[in-house]
Design a protein around this ligand. Structure first.
Ligand SMILES: [Zn+2]
Ligand SMILES: [Zn+2]
Length: 426
């Protein structure tokens, strides 16, 4: 018997943390954080590190990896992840410690201990975690390095999707669903967009590029606040693919470092030569001198943070937002209580105590790296309808509609844990 306990990511998007307990082994799948309205990190429920056999890390976004170092204060749990995920999460931790180190229950010392406890695992590889636990990982198509895990634990077969995307993007090939087992006992599936369909990517790209060009041709500057991991690279590739590199494209903040790391793993990307071309075409912003210079001519600036909660994007935003000629184009999800959400809903935001009204052209584009409703349904349909499906990383209301739709097709074993602490038993 396997008991699955949700320490986070139950009834909420983010802070994913799942504990699987069998007779002789305990596995931890992701251990992420979220941020409250004041920007303070919110941790998943506590787990005693010495009780854990091993951990698996799906990818390097903080809502999956952000709390993991907290387990290394007193123990050293082996953590299985792709080499790229480990390398990327290292820089994510450094950045998180810089921004909110005071509130995090660990220091760089614990991050170092986590890094030295990492066990690399490649796509398509199957490794023995303990005598009766094996783990295989497959491309999840979400961000570079992201993986879905197939775990055989004391006789039970568990699929853990992490965040995933089955559609190809400019950056990555879609998730490798062909390699998944046909008849798992349980599928723990992210369902961020349980209730939303993404428009066709070609349409989004065409609209985005057209809008960028209109601003540039009028002599304006386009600011694209983007998540440093995944979205910044996808936006850069989209611009270069469509010839926008005839204008300068600047990349600032954490995205620069991440661009370079991903470049060393270009064999994991959909089009390594396009990626190389995009890196060569973009101008990295190393300091304030270049940052100021970027504002002198029509150009595109890609800068984190994606929701304008700090980062260098905020510097550019304050300089560019009040001029009609410019464009502020948001390609990422905007959580409530963030400046990005505020400007989209009200046309202004309060930044550092001052009200900034957006006069620039303001747009949002759906460059999502998550499966939409249709893709979630398609993944479920790969399995027999008596499979247990657990929807995580979603809010309860959005999940309810997906549960109804799948129930109509005979799936009668879908669970939606509503709050951390709930369990599902197999
Ligand atoms: Zn996530
Ligand atoms: Zn993610």
């Amino acid at each position: 018997m396997v008991q699955i306990r949700f320490l986070g990511g139950a009834g909420e998007v983010g802070r994913l943390a799942v504990l699987m307990k069998a007779e002789r082994n305990v596995l931890l799948l992701d251990y992420g954080i979220s941020f409250d309205a004041d920007g303070k990190p919110v941790l998943p429920l506590h787990v005693r590190p010495r009780d854990i056999t091993a951990a698996f890390l799906s990818h390097a976004h903080l809502d999956h990896c952000g709390a993991l170092p907290a387990l290394y204060v007193s123990a050293s749990v082996p953590v299985y992840a792709t080499p790229l995920t480990m390398e990327l999460s290292d820089v994510m931790y450094v950045d998180a410690l810089k921004l909110s180190g005071y509130y995090l229950p660990y220091t760089y010392e614990e991050v170092e201990r986590l890094m030295s406890s990492a066990v690399p695992v490649m796509y398509g590889e199957r490794v023995e975690v303990s005598r009766d636990v094996t783990l295989a990982v497959h491309n999840a198509g979400h961000v570079p390095g992201s993986a879905m895990a197939v775990i055989e634990m004391e006789g039970a077969v568990i699929l853990f999707t992490g965040d995933f995307n089955t559609r190809d993007t400019n950056l990555l090939r879609g998730a490798d669903v062909q390699s998944l087992p046909g008849d798992p006992d349980v599928v723990i599936m992210e369902a961020t967009y349980a209730n939303a369909e993404h428009p066709p990517r070609e349409k989004v790209e065409a609209e985005f590029v057209e809008a960028v060009l209109e601003v540039l041709e009028r002599g304006g500057i386009v600011l694209v606040p983007a998540f440093a991991l995944g979205r910044a690279q996808e936006v850069l590739l989209t611009l270069v693919k469509h010839g926008m590199d005839k204008y300068p494209i600047y990349v600032d903040g954490l995205a620069r470092q991440i661009n370079q790391i991903i470049g060393r793993y270009s064999y994991l990307l959909r089009d390594p030569s396009l990626y190389r071309k995009a890196l060569d075409a973009s101008i990295e912003v190393p300091n304030m001198y270049v940052r100021k210079g970027a504002l002198d001519e029509p150009c595109v600036i890609i800068a984190p943070a994606g929701m304008l909660k700090g980062g260098t994007a905020l510097y550019y935003f304050k300089k560019l937002a009040q001029n009609k000629k410019n464009g502020i184009f948001l390609p990422s999800f905007q959580a409530p209580n963030t400046p990005g959400f505020e400007i989209l809903s009200k046309g202004y935001a309060v930044i550092d105590g001052a009200l900034v009204r957006v006069e620039a052209r303001l747009e949002w584009f759906d460059f999502s790296a998550h499966a939409g409703r249709r893709e979630l349904e398609e993944l479920a349909r790969r399995f027999p309808p008596d499979v247990t499906v657990v929807l995580v990383h979603t809010d309860a209301l959005a999940a309810a509609s997906l549960v109804r739709r799948l129930a109509r097709e005979g799936f009668d074993n879908i669970r939606v844990p509503a709050a951390p602490g709930e369990t599902v038993e197999l």
